[in-house]
Design a protein around this ligand. Structure first.
Ligand code: ADP
Ligand code: ZN
Ligand code: ZN
Length: 730
């Protein structure tokens, strides 16, 4: 008897296994990587064949047949399947969920890969030679043909603006051979003129040469270049070189706001088809970019973290920009780190990876220090005349802060505006004030569902909880004692914007935070307005700190450094130092000398002192010494089991049992402890932290442990998740 063929299928369901099926009755083969429709429970679902075997743990007669094979060619090539297997193992996440994350939604639902773009109608040679007057018996066709002589090729929008019912006339013209329809590719094929490459300086050239010498083998480079040192030019030169060898390049950036900017720069410089992949795309656009890359038609992919899962048959180089940025780590569901997985993908593919940053993560610096990564440095600003900014700490102790702004800072702003400078103020808190407080009885605007205050948004006169989304109208008097004087301690970006409007009534002020950029395209518009210098004062949150190039900014103000100094998380100081350096880097990018002012009540804080006196590298060395001393990453390896439920006893009980299931002394566990915000959205939250000196001990433990957690009594009442290599302990 021939050996049975068993298909091992990944299905998007939270179980740590593949599902066995028999081939379709039709006999149509399903190679690994192809999608199949399968009976699952009482319905049907779409899965991906990850492997084939001759053996199943289930009796053969119990296995069902695949009902339909959806692909003739594998949708997921072997290297992507290998990465999915690896990631599911490493992050201890159900493999079907991981595979689903790697595929655009419409493909996941079983639709065919469709790379056709918009339709265009154009006049044919015979149409151009036809006298429109000869179509007297068809006046609508005659008019359309006349219009087409001027407007060919035309898309449906243009045609509809010409006439609402152009389709009938067009059908007539097409039948007569006077016009024809053409389907555009879904992605613009770029083969137009490009601007010539910048002459690299010796440091940049050295970096490019080193990476070029490693093409075709696995090697990780840490490109540590100060802001404005020309890292992007290095990426461009490398991409050019790799494409010239017939290979593809994958570039990951942390933020969606960075993709259009970087994509534009690449399109200007490379006459290549470049696909952008980020969360702002609709499903058709995403499928297009993904498919074009998978077919090798797009030579460059620029995207946010999930673009890491784009199949690229000729991948030759991976570049991760802003490699320190926490947005590269997914914070929910399948909690992977795109940088760490990129290294795995590169290793499998035997290609180099470049990690770029002005403020590398402590992990990466440590890896460079011990020779795991090759360090490439750019220590000078690249543009002629560009100088590093001057940094000054503004001690705001015992000085009145008006709406969060000190008189000293206001004076500096006045000076810069008078000299035609542009001002960028950073405050990582949106809204008007972080809470309302009653002067009489001390009542505060607590969120009923979280251990947090509700933020006042003045524009809408509403209170918002930034943690659970709860909102309600702001009271005009104290709901507890009726007193009418409500105090507003602290300031958010909305308040700063309002105060600045009073100080500088004639100046265009632009607030850039998630409240003002919700509309699609709003962020791009605002960034463009900022770049062109139309807005003279920019006030914003995180969004402004990232790698944007605002050539006219001469003054940067960090309004509240104290928030970060008091963070309880082990990465708190690292993140603050990176933020200060990144924000400061927005000043003086071009001709103008920059100044940076940091408002703080802690002018003598050792972190600030080290950072200002010894720079980021000095800070990083001190911070690494501290991590080594307290045995925190990268000197140990962490995983967190987070759990929440409506009753705190349920959570504690679950985590206690989970702790009892640990079998090795090589993994230490801390907890159960309340999460830093113990109640959120009405649920009680606790966590158990696991720590091991050796990564393999941690992983050896996690495998069986995670699979046993679902068996714990009461587990069904608990919502839990495992986070391997957590970005923070929240
Ligand atoms: P980074 O990515 O490190 O912040 P960019 O690549 O954006 O730096 O470069 C910063 C500025 O310096 C840009 O305006 C860029 O055009 C300019 N620049 C980069 N390299 C050179 C060079 N070799 N010569 C002159 N100008 C350069
Ligand atoms: Zn009161
Ligand atoms: Zn809340």
């Amino acid at each position: 008897m021939p050996e049975p063929l068993i298909l091992q299928v990944a299905i998007d369901t939270p179980l740590y296994r593949l599902f066995d099926y028999l081939p379709a009755d039709t006999g149509k083969p399903a190679e690994p990587g192809c999608r199949v429709r399968v009976p699952f429970g009482r319905t049907f679902t779409v899965g991906v064949v990850m492997g084939v075997s001759t053996h199943s743990d289930f009796p053969l007669h119990k296995l069902k047949h695949v009902s339909e094979v959806l692909d003739t060619e594998p949708l997921l090539p072997p290297d992507m399947r290998r990465l999915i297997h690896w990631a599911a193992d490493y992050y201890q996440h159900p493999i079907g969920v991981v595979a689903a994350a790697a595929i655009p939604k419409s493909l996941r639902e079983g639709k065919p890969l469709d790379l056709s773009g918009d339709s265009l109608w154009q006049i044919t040679a015979s149409g151009s030679q036809t006298d429109v007057a000869s179509l007297v018996r068809a006046p609508k066709q005659s008019a359309l043909l006349g219009w087409l002589t001027q407007h060919s090729p035309a898309d449906t929008d243009a045609l509809t603006s010409f006439s609402d019912n152009w389709r009938t006339a067009m059908t007539g013209l097409v039948a007569k051979g006077l016009a024809e329809k053409r389907i555009q590719p879904c992605l613009e094929i770029n083969n137009g003129d490009v601007v010539t490459a910048t002459q690299l300086n010796p440091d940049q050239q050295h970096a490019v040469d080193r990476v070029n010498a490693s093409l075709g083998q696995f090697q990780t480079f840490l490109l540590h270049g100060i802001t404005g040192s020309g890292k992007t030019e290095v990426y461009l030169a490398l991409t050019d070189a790799v494409i010239a060898r017939g290979k593809q390049v994958l570039i990951l950036v942390p933020e969606i706001s960075l993709t259009p900017q970087l994509t534009r720069r690449f399109r200007q410089r490379l006459s290549q088809t470049i696909a952008a992949l980020h969360s702002g795309l609709n499903d058709r656009q995403r499928q297009c970019a993904w498919g074009m890359a998978a077919r090798g038609d797009a030579r460059v992919v620029i995207g946010t973290r999930s673009a890491l899962f784009t199949p690229m048959p000729e991948l030759g180089l991976i570049i991760i920009d802003e490699e320190h940025d926490a947005s590269l780590k997914q914070q929910e569901g399948f909690r992977y780190h795109a940088r760490d997985l990129a290294l795995v993908r590169a290793k499998h593919a035997a290609i180099p990876v470049v990690l770029g940053s002005a403020t590398p993560s402590l992990e990466s610096l440590y890896n460079a220090e011990r020779g795991q990564y090759q360090l490439l440095q750019l220590k000078q600003r690249a543009a002629t005349n560009a100088r590093p900014p001057r940094v000054e700490v503004l001690d705001v102790r015992r000085r009145p802060l008006q709406d969060g702004l000190s008189e000293m800072l206001l004076q500096h702003i006045r000076n810069h505006l008078a000299q035609q400078g542009q001002v960028l103020l950073f405050l990582n808190r949106r809204g008007y004030a972080p809470l309302l407080m009653c002067h009489e009885c001390g009542w505060t605007t607590d969120c009923p569902r979280c251990d947090a205050h509700m933020t006042l948004h003045q524009h809408s006169r509403r209170l918002h909880c930034h943690h659970c989304g709860h909102e309600k109208p702001a009271p005009s008097s104290c709901p507890q004692c009726g007193h009418s004087e409500l105090w507003l301690p602290g300031a958010g970006t909305e308040r700063i914007e309002q105060a600045l409007g009073q100080h500088f009534p004639d100046v265009v002020i632009s607030r850039i935070d998630s409240d003002t950029t919700r509309r699609k395209g709003a962020l791009d518009d605002k960034l463009e307005q900022a770049r062109l210098g139309e807005a003279r004062i920019l006030i914003g949150t995180q969004i402004l700190a990232k790698g944007h190039d605002f050539p006219n900014v001469s003054l940067v103000g960090i309004l509240d450094a104290d928030q970060g100094l008091f963070s309880t998380d082990f990465r708190g100081t690292e993140n603050l130092a990176q933020l200060i350096i990144q924000v400061a880097g927005r000043a003086g990018r071009a001709e103008r000398a920059g100044e940076v002012f940091i408002q703080t009540h802690q002018p003598d804080h050792p972190l600030l002192a080290t950072l200002l006196n010894q720079g980021y590298t000095g800070f990083a060395q001190a911070a690494l010494a501290e991590r080594r001393h307290s045995e925190l990453p990268p000197f140990s390896h962490l995983a967190i089991l987070r759990a929440e439920a409506t009753q705190s006893e349920t959570v504690t009980d679950f985590l206690r049992q989970a702790k009892n299931l640990l079998t090795t002394g090589k993994v230490l566990s801390f907890g159960p402890l309340p999460a830093p915000m113990a109640r959120r959205a009405g649920r009680q939250r606790m966590q158990l932290v696991l720590q091991a000196s050796e990564r393999r001990d941690l992983h050896a433990q996690l495998y069986g442990w995670v699979r046993a957690l679902g068996e714990i009594k009461g587990a069904s009442k608990v919502r839990w998740s495992l986070d391997v290599d957590p970005a923070d302990l929240y």
